[in-house]
Design a binder for this molecule. Sequence first.
Ligand SMILES: Cc1ncc(COP(=O)(O)O)c(C=O)c1O
Length: 400
Amino acid sequence: MTMFSQRTHWPLSSNRITQTLDALRRDRVEVIDLTESNPTRCGFRYPARKILRPFTAKGNLFYNPQSQGAWHTREAVCRYYKNQGHTLSAQRVFLTASTSEAYSYIFQLLSDPGQEILFPQPSYPLFQFLGDLNSIILRYYPLVYTDSWRIDIQAMEDAVGPQARAIVLVNPNNPTGSFINQDELGALNRLCRQRNMALICDEVFNEFTFVDDKPPLSLVGCDTALTFILGGLSKTLGLPQMKLGWIIVNGPAELADAACQRLEVIADTYLSVNTPVQNAAVSWFCLKEELQGQIRQRIRGNWKFLRDAMHGAVHYGLLNAEGGWYAVMRTATGGCEEDLVCTLLEKDHVYVHPGYFFDFDPSRVRRVFKAEGFLVVSLLPRPPVFQEGIARLTDRLATR
Ligand SMILES: Cc1ncc(COP(=O)(O)O)c(C=O)c1O
């Protein structure tokens, strides 16, 4: 018998990469951080007065708890989507303190301990922890890469067992930057309907496309299966410190209504979204172009730089992507991503993520090198920092 629950039995010791990074920081070595994905540290212009002034509103002195979140804020979320061509009802919107919290609510709604939820692979590492904390078993469905990332639908179907309750989709996925296409959506909807599963679609990066040619597919209007769409201010407006996310519930009416009734009790148990943020968010949405526009311009500029820098390279390459805040590189160093990341830190003072952090499976990527390895960089750093970091990185990769 131990004091602590099994779900918290995580390996808590630090790994070689964090030890190397800590040592450099102790020695006050300046490291170019190409993993930086906190927008408030990337030199964007935040209009301080417009963001902070709403906090002085008198309405913030009253507490009027509402389980789904304040009606006027939910209406503001609806207006936000209306501008993208989606008509929603505020009755189907739930506010949460973050997208991560939204995941937990939905897992609790759909799944009993020991039941299964499917997640994309590769994808972002928080899922393991969210799964553990909610006592669900994580199953994975693979994304495969030839010239772009696609869902392996057959492998997904094979991964759906009798205990499967839902499929998580990240659109576009982090870190592969791949959006779902119409065929995949059709297959997912069919599978969810046939197997009585729900679809959970994380669209926090949906508007961060690398090109303007066509609006990306969004599941906001989808009601074939019971569908939960997740969004939040941390990415949409680059305001992670404000802690506001949301869930949109869609689907066949009876099922969606039943889901809302239960979700309301879950949300009412915590009432976690604070009043000042809910009130202020109504005016923050008006800053969309100003805030989101800067971030979009940054990721597009850095993506273009990266593509040019990697063009024609022999020992490394860039995997194609369509959007999001990250880029994935392949290197000819499979099996020792950690060595490479530590060498980059120690010798070049550049910090990048190893692919294993996101569970890349080289056998799912059309092979170019004998032993493929992957590195992931954020596209948010200021251009001079990003460009210097990439120059050091490509110099190192060229010498290996
Ligand atoms: C795909 C994806 N969803 C959700 C989140 C978390 O968002 P939030 O800050 O709203 O919890 C992240 C954070 O990086 C993410 O990459």
